[in-house]
Design a protein around this ligand. Sequence first.
Ligand code: COD
Length: 299
Amino acid sequence: MIRDLTELLRKAKNRPLRRMVVAAAEDEHVLKALQEAMKEEIVIPLLVGDEEKIGLIARSIGFVLDDIEVIDNREGAAVSARIAVAKVKSGEADIIMKGFVNTGDLLKAVLDKDSGLRTDQLLSHVAFFESPYYHKIFCVTDVAMNIAPDLEAKVQIIHNAVKACHGIGIENPKVAVAAAVETVNPKMEATVHAARLKEMNEKGLLNGCVVDGPLAIDIAVNADAARHKGIGGEVAGHCDVILAPDIEAGNMFYKALNFLGGASSAAVVMGASVPVVLTSRSDDERSKLLSIALATLIA
Ligand code: COD
């Protein structure tokens, strides 16, 4: 059982070094995270962006770039994103990380039908958390990419989360399909989807995990609450993955965990040919470093 996210870093240090390309690396927060990741010896970086700006920022934080390859691009961040994607495509990088570029521009480059990194899978965001109120790390998905996933999309979102869990050593993750209640109400689509996903899992159509739902969040994460309400099963009180019904519910839960719940997180986008590290400005340095560590374990 993984109790805290720092264990991701410990695991990453025991794996072969991964090559990570950074799209628009002229970003102080990203360069600081990269500096830490290099100290921990978990990645070999390849930087794409405005070399002059990258150099200035690096000097200001004491990051020596001597042995690091920098591909100079002064045509803007969207072009840097496309160059970074091309580096993955040509086999020169195992992970791609967002720097000082809009998420939309990076995702556009990743999703491009011809030059991008699409597979036959849906891309989805997978965020792992440690919380002072839960006994192990857990994942919430999709809080950042798919807006209103239908049943088929939810199957793929679960698949991506399960793959990420397997990558970090959670062998048969317990997936809670979150809703507001534990009974199916045809007026609440999340409950209908939950029942279908549970059934698919029982019939062997959704593998590598145990799926239960609909489950309210208290039941998913608190064994006492589950007992009190008489909800049994393997997942209640012990879930490894929480599937959010849509981006609004997921994103609010994610931000509430981080800003009000004392939780920390590490996240990647799954479903492309390599993991995509998409940290945001509001993520702290540790969260960025842990997201890089997570990506190296999945790559
Ligand atoms: N996985 C695989 N392919 C996809 C995905 C996906 N998740 N999303 C779109 N595509 C493909 C489509 O099949 C299509 O071929 C092409 O990409 C363009 O699709 P559109 O027109 O739907 O794409 P966009 O550019 O309008 O939207 C894609 C986004 C991921 C940007 C969009 O889903 C989005 O805005 N998501 C929310 C992002 C957000 O605001 N997050 C906030 C929290 S950080």
